[in-house]
Write a protein that binds this ligand. Structure first.
Ligand SMILES: [Cu+2]
Length: 240
């Protein structure tokens, strides 16, 4: 492709024509949901998903970093379209949605492409309504009976630490159980996940919705070299 463009530019120059190579890169990003299909009976507890993405590159390394044309990740939402019902973001074309806490019956899954800064690309929004009839339903856990306030402390890295392009954040927590499976599901006392922001004041909102970050107690977090302030924050799992 590069050779082709170069050759064409040479021809264009010799003819006194100005070519705009950028036009080659502007094919519209799109998303097609291969599975599940609309109306499908889903009988597994978790929901396997297969997506075809065109003119778009999925990047896990750049999630939360500045936007780049034609790059980002996939958002999936359950019975709505806002950050409160966001399962998670995905950076591969196949993944599995956790069914824990989902009631059997009709559910609408909303898929779209999102930029690195989590801005939904509205023209890629695709709804798929499924009939969720798991052979084995997995209920949400009981809400915590503890009245203690959930809290999180960053154990590593310390303030001012020099870190590499990929580093591990370690936190300690009280009265809080992180759950990947309950993300986007109704709030449950004592459960949720962590948000990590880069170079951003806590709770600031860009483009009208919350940012969301990496997950798990020992999340690997990619970031460009340079000095940054990381911020870990406990979040209820419906992102409010
Ligand atoms: Cu996102």
């Amino acid at each position: 492709m590069r050779r082709f463009v170069t050759g064409l530019s040479a021809v264009a120059l010799s003819m006194g024509v100005v070519l705009v190579p950028h036009a080659f890169a502007q094919a519209k990003p799109s998303l097609t949901v291969l599975s599940p299909k609309a109306g499908e009976n889903v009988t597994s507890t978790d929901i396997p998903v297969s997506i075809q993405v065109s003119n778009f590159s999925l990047s896990s390394a750049d999630v939360g970093l500045p936007d780049k044309d034609g790059e980002g990740h996939i958002h999936v939402m359950l019975d709505g379209m806002n950050m409160g019902v966001l399962f998670n973001f995905y950076t591969s074309p196949t993944f599995t949605l956790p069914g824990q806490g989902m009631k059997p019956g009709q559910h609408t899954l909303t898929f779209d492409l999102a930029s690195n800064t989590h801005v939904d690309m509205e023209d890629t929004v695709t709804n798929v309504t499924i009939n969720y009839q798991p052979a084995t339903a997995k209920a949400a856990p009981q809400a915590s009976s503890s009245s203690g306030t959930p809290e999180v402390t960053v154990v590593w890295p310390p303030n001012g630490a020099t870190v590499g392009p990929l580093f591990t954040i370690q936190v300690s927590r009280n009265n809080f159980t992180p759950s990947f499976e309950l993300e986007g599901k109704p709030n449950l006392a004592g459960y949720g996940h962590y948000h990590v922001f880069v170079d951003m004041p806590m709770m600031s909102r860009r483009h009208g919705h919350d940012e969301h970050g990496r997950h798990d107690r020992n999340a690997r977090y990619g970031q460009h070299p340079g000095r940054s302030e990381g911020l870990a924050q406990r979040a209820a799992h419906d992102h409010r």
